[in-house]
Write a protein that binds this ligand. Structure first.
Ligand code: S3P
Length: 164
């Protein structure tokens, strides 16, 4: 059974939409960040502190590979697209839904969040990361859904509609 992968920047609603979507579709739900933390018994900030982003990306690719055949709704981390091989894994094992949120809405939603190491940097760097990733999200997506001004339930209805 195919997975449904939710991709998008930090704060785009992947986890909350994913949970609700999985209930709706009666599929298991996997939050990839939580999966990484549980499997390795380390928090994401600790993984970044110990081995930097490169080490986190290795954990992330390994985790993605181990859930590829679960037939689940999978909320990925915002940087899943930083690792080239991840696209092929997702493409070959499911549908990729990009939850697009504009940068101002992300700022409002996240504010300061110590559990997101790549958000914990100055405004210019946050924006540069967002701008850099935008084309890749679009390029990898089978479908894009705009989540900027919408409630979780409205987004779920749209996703259900586009994956029919
Ligand atoms: C990251 C996003 C985080 C988490 C890690 C790296 C990123 O997930 O995977 O902190 O590179 O954007 P969320 O998108 O769920 O915040």
């Amino acid at each position: 059974m195919q997975n449904i992968y939710l991709i998008g920047f930090m704060g785009s609603g992947k986890s909350s939409v994913g949970k609700r979507l999985a209930e709706r579709l009666q599929k298991p739900f996997i939050d990839l960040d939580q999966f990484i933390e549980e499997k390795n018994e380390k928090s994401i900030p600790d993984i970044f502190a110990e081995g930097g982003e490169a080490s986190f990306r290795e954990y992330e690719a390994e985790a993605l590979n181990s859930v590829k055949n679960k037939g689940a709704v999978i909320a990925t981390g915002g940087g899943i697209i930083e690792t080239t091989g991840n696209q092929a894994i997702m493409d070959n094992s499911g549908k990729i839904i990009y939850l697009h949120t504009d940068f101002d809405s992300i700022i409002e939603r996240l504010q300061e969040d110590p559990n997101r190491p790549l958000w914990n940097q100055d405004h210019t760097k946050r924006r540069a990361l967002f701008e850099k990733r935008l084309p890749t999200y679009k390029q990898w997506a089978d479908v894009t859904v705009n989540t900027s001004d919408q409630a979780v339930d409205e987004i779920v209805v749209q996703v259900v509609d586009v994956i029919k």
